[in-house]
Design a protein around this ligand. Structure first.
Ligand SMILES: NC(=O)c1ccc[n+]([C@@H]2O[C@H](COP(=O)([O-])OP(=O)(O)OC[C@H]3O[C@@H](n4cnc5c(N)ncnc54)[C@H](OP(=O)(O)O)[C@@H]3O)[C@@H](O)[C@H]2O)c1
Length: 235
């Protein structure tokens, strides 16, 4: 099994790498990092440095692969060092909005564009992108978080669209949008205070959930928006 994890040095991404190494005996595991390459598992994981907002870097990376069975995009942004999710309209800034789109939405489109041919030789090609429940328009009861919500809603539309094109061109493929649940990572750290007891998940638990969904994924389920426990979410 040949696998590429984008954001392999992130909280969820690194747990996905470790979980795959534990579960699969015969795996060729590649992962990307942006700032800091993890030091552990140096012999088991082939690391590639990438800024996922760069189309050129994604295109160059795709040229290094002739085949892949599974791609997981675990890259994401909720806050930067000086900006966080907006509480109201007055705090919305064009640069932060566009940065959310550039990191959370557009890369999945570019990955599908440049890596479809690598996946097409697999018997069961799968592409999983980590989305978020706050990207659900129907589920939005609280408002706020304009940039993050919009970027994940855009991501969900892209995943649905890609699933439709793949059903015609690559009918064995499955692409899924998965909400991991609130997970104890750097991304959620500033927002964990009000998480109900038992609802802040460890990255290792979430990685196991995601891989469980991945194993059960079929071409028929392609284009679904699912929670960590496999339930469907409204768009
Ligand atoms: N944690 C949660 O509660 C939660 C809830 C719902 C959804 N999610 C989603 O789950 C996914 C994983 O998040 P996480 O919690 O694991 O967050 P995390 O620990 O902060 O990891 C984020 C990852 O994104 C990478 N990244 C950010 N900007 C990048 C760029 N320009 N180019 C390449 N890589 C970049 C980071 O690499 P560097 O560190 O090297 O920059 C890191 O690998 C995200 O899509 C997030 O929206 C998380």
């Amino acid at each position: 099994m040949k696998v590429l994890i984008f954001g392999g040095n992130g909280g969820i991404g690194y747990s996905l790498c470790k979980c795959l190494l534990n579960q699969k005996t015969n795996i060729d595991l590649h992962a990307t990092y942006h700032n800091q390459q993890p030091e552990d598992h140096a012999n088991d994981i082939k690391w590639h440095r990438i800024d996922i907002t760069s189309e050129q870097e994604l295109k160059s990376l795709a040229c290094q692969f002739s085949s892949l069975d599974l791609i997981i995009n675990a890259v994401g942004l909720l806050h930067s060092t000086d900006q966080g999710p907006e509480k109201n309209l007055q705090s919305c800034q064009p640069d932060f909005f566009l940065h959310n789109m550039a990191v959370n939405a557009l890369p999945t489109l570019m990955i599908a564009k440049y890596f479809s041919s690598c996946l097409s030789s697999s018997e069961q090609p799968k592409f999983i992108t980590i989305s978020a429940k706050v990207g659900s328009i129907e589920d939005n009861k609280l408002g706020g978080w304009y940039s993050y919500r919009s970027s994940k809603a855009a991501l969900n539309m892209l995943i649905k669209n890609i699933s439709i094109e793949w059903s015609r061109r690559m009918p064995k493929a499955c692409i899924l949008s998965i909400h991991p649940g609130t997970t104890d990572t750097a991304l959620s750290k500033p927002f964990q205070a009000n998480v109900p007891t038992g609802k802040l998940f460890s990255p290792d638990k979430v990685a196991a959930d995601i891989l469980d969904i991945m194993e059960k994924a079929t071409p028929e389920s392609s284009g679904s928006f699912l929670t960590y426990d496999g339930q469907s979410l409204p768009w």
